[in-house]
Design a protein around this ligand. Structure first.
Ligand SMILES: Cc1ncc(COP(=O)(O)O)c(C=O)c1O
Length: 411
């Protein structure tokens, strides 16, 4: 027997107008079926059925709105898209299979052969490879510049420049870009300004309010927050997102309904998680700065950080990722990592569990020595994605690293 129920609907959002990101994280993009479930339903189905051949034709022809096929229409994915769009303050979001797929889809939809991109050097290593190796194959060239040197950005602009791409704060050195200045430069030159908002999330920073045209995310990070799924999302004005959606429909880097459901539920706790990440990271950054074996700490919450004031202006918190250099080189960095017992040695970030990474041999390992040095990825650099464990316990575990360095220097 088949039950014919009322179609699922996204609950109208007009009652949420003007509400805070904390509320939108829990209430925006809600999906409720005729079963009246309180927690959002999940729709793991590849296709949808129609009442008649005429209805199928109307759906495919775009005359009737509704679900067709989960490569490009799925209610769970749309619920997640609705929620993150509301949180970022964008008109529309398009979910993708990974953060890299979000960046690729943005480029494929909005750039063409002959276009030029300016990208900051301090981006996630794979983003660098995507522009440098793969977009180049299709005639899109990229100039890499310092995230914080506005003069360098200005000098890199060419008549064919169509996109400025940044991460702020950057991965892993936590440099902070002046988004309003870069938005101005982009718009004066008829280019799009794209911001990877992975480190801050809309809880701490809403780039569209600072002039960005598009925000991209690796949902794999804080949006999930518990290291379960890989996914991404692009947010921006409907006109641009329609193009990204068109690419997704044709090329298929689609988010699965299960992953969308995990991210959708993950967003509900994002505001409180981000506050806990920020508190722990600031405390650890301050503590690390006092350790004799530490050469330098990179965290925008520290007064010693060159863009501390800018970060205070643009962000509601300094985020959960910090980086630091131990005295020495790769040997000391690895010794430090290997001495920790609780903190996870893994390349992911944005997890409630604290993770430690050696960027030079993992996340940025595919960069050439010149690109690594341009991005400040030295052999003694460690990245810590600070979780929400008790901060004193994190210090205890990190202290094991310092003891290992001390023991080695005594022998
Ligand atoms: C800032 C940033 N952007 C994008 C990505 C790529 O995301 P994904 O691994 O979901 O493809 C990462 C991954 O670490 C990242 O750190």
């Amino acid at each position: 027997m088949t039950f014919h129920r009322k179609e699922t609907v996204l609950i109208p959002e007009s009652d949420l107008d003007g509400m805070s990101v904390d509320t939108l994280a829990v209430r925006a993009g809600q999906l409720r079926t005729g079963q009246l479930e309180h927690s959002d339903a999940i729709f793991p189905t590849s296709s949808f059925v129609y009442n008649s051949a005429a209805q199928a034709a109307a759906r495919f022809g775009g005359e009737e709105p509704g679900n067709i096929y989960s490569r490009f229409t799925n209610p769970t994915v749309q619920a997640f898209e609705g929620r993150i769009a509301a949180m970022e303050g964008g008109e529309r979001a398009v979910a993708t299979s990974s953060g890299m797929a979000a960046i690729l889809s943005t480029c494929m939809a909005l750039l063409k052969s002959g276009d030029h991109v300016i990208c900051s050097r301090g981006v996630f290593g794979t983003t660098n490879v995507l522009f440098q190796k793969y977009m180049a194959k299709f005639g899109v060239t990229t100039t890499f510049v310092s995230l914080t040197d506005l003069q360098e950005w200005g000098s890199a602009v060419r008549p064919d420049t169509r996109m400025l791409f940044i991460e702020t704060p950057s991965n892993p050195l936590c440099e902070v870009a002046d988004m309003e200045a870069l938005a101005q430069l982009a718009h004066d030159n008829d280019a799009l300004f794209v911001v990877d908002n992975c480190f801050c999330t809309p809880v701490l920073q809403r780039p569209l309010e600072h002039g960005a045209d598009i925000v991209v995310h690796s949902a794999t990070k804080y949006l999930d927050g518990q290291g379960r799924c890989v996914g991404g999302v692009v947010v921006g004005p409907a006109k641009l997102m329609d193009e990204v959606y068109g690419f997704l429909r044709s090329a298929g880097p689609t988010m699965s309904p299960f992953n969308a459901w995990v991210f959708h539920k993950g967003l509900e706790t994002l505001p409180i998680r981000m506050r806990a990440h920020c508190d722990n990271a600031l405390e650890l950054a301050t503590w690390l700065e006092q350790q004799p074996a530490v050469e330098q700490v990179y965290y925008a919450g520290l007064e010693s950080h060159p863009q501390h004031e800018l970060a205070k202006k643009q962000q509601k918190g300094f985020g959960g990722v910090l980086a630091f250099c131990v005295k020495g080189g790769r040997e000391e960095a690895w010794k430090f990592i290997d001495a920790t017992r609780m903190i996870s040695i893994t390349a992911n970030l944005g997890d409630v569990k604290t993770t430690i990474t050696h960027p030079a041999t993992t996340t940025h390992g595919r960069l050439s020595p010149e690109d690594k040095s341009g991005a400040g990825i030295t052999e003694n650099l460690l990245r810590l994605s600070v979780g929400i464990e008790a901060v004193e316990d994190l210090k205890t575990d990190l202290y094991r690293g310092f003891q290992a360095l001390q023991n080695a220097s005594n022998t």
